[in-house]
Structure formats: structure tokens, C-alpha cells
Design a protein around this ligand. Sequence first.
Ligand code: PMP
Length: 459
Amino acid sequence: LFVTDTNRQCSCENKLARTQGPGTLNINKPVHIHQGYMQWLWDTDGRRYLDLFAGVATVSVGHCHPKVTAAAEKQLRRLWHTTSIYMYPTVHEYTDKLAALLPDPLKVVYLVNSGSEANDLAMLMARVHTGNFDIITLRGSYHGGSPLATGLTSNSAYKFPVASGFGCHNTMCPDVFRGPWGGRHCRDSPVQTVRNCSCSQDHCQANEMYIDQLKEMFATTVPNRIAAFFGEPIQGVGGAVQYPKNFLKETYKLVRERGGLCIADEVQTGFGRTGSHFWGFQGHGVLPDMVTMAKGIANGFPMAAVVTTQEIARSFAKGVHFNTFGGNPVACAIASSVLDTIKEDGSQHISANIGTYLLHELAKLREKYEIVGDVRGKGLMIGVEMVKNKASQEPLPPQDLGEIFEDTKDMGVLIGKGGLYGQTFRIKPPMCITKADADFFLAVFNRALQNYMERRLKP
Ligand code: PMP
């Protein structure tokens, strides 16, 4: 994610610290982080920042959370590594604990080290189990950067001109704000879109149009039998894009009719982040055949998992799946304590409460500023899409967005960016923030928007 941008001038001493990419900091004066504690980060000059990006929704319960740090320290003194050749209680206790949080029949856990690796494994398992090859994802999605997972990813910023993604097809993302069809009532969010719509209560026209696109894809570009559909419950890197209600439900049905498995990528949305549910897919009323997870699973320690059914695991057992570091004792001890902490700290509850508060308050800024096009999300998975003006909905140019971003950072708050055109601010803090933090951010963001507007109005 963090690569050197050789085109950009940088005033810092360490040139390698410059960053680039639509979802990353991409700032003129990069922050050199020295230390973190819960929702706070300190730079090398001792400046404190409220971290509302949490390493892209990765720090789930707080930087260096004392309980998680204690669990890591304890395990580091006892045993670092076993590989799956030997049994080790910490690993088995953890997989039991994780499986207990998933509905039946999702009870078989595979442990790996990153989200890309989890999605690679899920792709392989789906192909082995179904005997089919083709895989469907949504445009705008990010599912990883490994050679296999880049095929799932459908965002040109993360694509390279090399042969990749055989058998991967991307259908239209049902984005009810930026896409051609949308409406006020489509998505499951505490705040509504600003677009008009003619849907009735139980009939969503936008959903129908996007499902038609998927059907057309089935008719034209893929064989009758497919291996899988991958979907994030809310698109993360895509800019907190939410789909119309029932879109995933109907997609799952169409995919299963063609022999495919349905895979929920919960790398960003899992572990209580959406507030109303522990897993994002639960908010869509669907039951996937596989769930992939990473990031928040271990509060930023490298760890990821695929959870699936006995039946799929049995098909996969025809070969050997081996992973040297996957599920090492340190990662499992940390991830186990993350699950305890989410429960004890009421993190999911915080996500629901503070997230809903932020969404309502940000919606007021949408009313106040012409450049705030859309406010959306669930829990602490929030997107604020910036536009040139509400009528055209043209994305605010990256340079302009960057100004607001820098100003927010200079006033002590770190947020993220995303969306296909880098036009959406992303807010996904550690799930330990308070109402006072939310108010601080709202005041800072309001000031940054105001500053931007004043600069533009200057003769
Ligand atoms: N899936 C999603 C939804 C993601 O957001 C990401 C990372 N941004 C990945 C998969 C890949 O995870 P990793 O960077 O750990 O490989």
C-alpha cells in the first residue's frame, strides 16, 4: 500500500516515507509516526493525532490496547512458533472461539497471514469444490494485491499491465449514489442518499437494474457454471459503497443457481465494525459459503482466516494445504484477546452508537456544503463522497480533496481516502472512540470544509 512516489516533492528528510495511492495518506508532509495508544497516534515531533483511519480499519480495538499487548507479551515469552505439524492449545482455543461467532455451517477455520492470502485460498477452495473456474466480483472492489487476488480486485489504481485474473469477471457495482440508478431508500444506512427515486416500499427499482446487469453478464460473458461470487458487505477501498437492500440476497441466489459459492470478504467489515452485526453479511440477510477475514482480526498483527463448511473443507482435503506462519501461537493469542476485548469493551456497541451519531452529524454537513455529495455507511465504516457540486456530482478533483485532507491532518485528525477517483473520505477509526472524539473530528472537518470554501470564494 505504501510505495515511493518519485514524482512528488517532499519536504521530509526520509524520502522513502513518501506515500501514494487512492486509499492512503498521499500527503505533502507525511506524518512520521512514533507511537500509538488506543485512538491516538503521536508523530516524531510529539504532535498527537486522533486516528480515524486505523490503518484502514485494521486497528480494531485500539493501538497497543493494554489487554492485547499483555496477551502478546505473555505468548512471546512462552512460544512463538509450532507450524501445524504439532497441536498447540492456543491455536485450537482460538479457532473454536472464532467459529462460535459464525452461524452454522460455517465452522471450519483456515489460518493465514493476510487478506490477499485468505482470498487466494478461498478462490482455490471454490474452484476445487465446484470444479468450475469463473469468478464474479463487483467493480470498484479491492480483494488483495497478490497475483490471484488482483484478478478479483476491480479498481484500476491497483492493476498492472501484466497477464492476470484469468476467469475473473467484474459486474457493475450497485452504487446508488454514483451509479446510473439510485434512490433515497435503497440502502441500509442511518442516513439516506440525496438522489430521487421512484421505488415503492417493497420494490427497489435500482436493485432490479443492477441485478439485470448481473444477469446480462451471465448471459454474455461467463460459462453457465461458475465457481464463486466474492463481495464485500460494504465496499471499503471503493469508498464505503453500500448496495441496495436485497442486492446480495438476489445475487447469492443467481450465483448458486449456476453452481457457484458465495464468499463474503469481511476483511474490513468484520468484527463488529458495522455496529448492527458482528459480520457485515448479517446485515444483508445472507449466509455465505465462505467468509474471509483479516485486518481487524488481530488489531493490526499479521493474521487472516478463511471460514467455511465441512463439506467444502472435505473437497479441499484431497490435497494438502500448508502454511508456515498461518495460525502461529503469537497471532492466535493476540486474535483471541481481540475477541475478548471486543466483548469486554463493547466495541460493536460503540461502533453502532458513535457511528450512527457521526453519520447523522455528517449528513448535516452534507446539507451545509455544496461539495459534500454523499454521506453513507454503517457503524464505524463511513464514507463522505466529495463532489464539485451537487447538481453535476462530478468528483471533487484529487488536488482539492487533498487540501481538505491536509487541513484536517494539520488540525490533528487522520482520515482516509478512497473511491475510484479518490473522491471519498473514509472514516473507520479504532472501535474505542468516544463521543468527544467524534465531536472534535466534526469541528475540525467543518473548519477544513469552511477553509476550502473561503479559499475558493476569494477574488
Ligand atoms: N479485502 C479487502 C476488503 C481489503 O480491504 C483488503 C486490504 N485493503 C484485502 C482484502 C487485502 O488484505 P491484505 O492487504 O491483508 O492482503
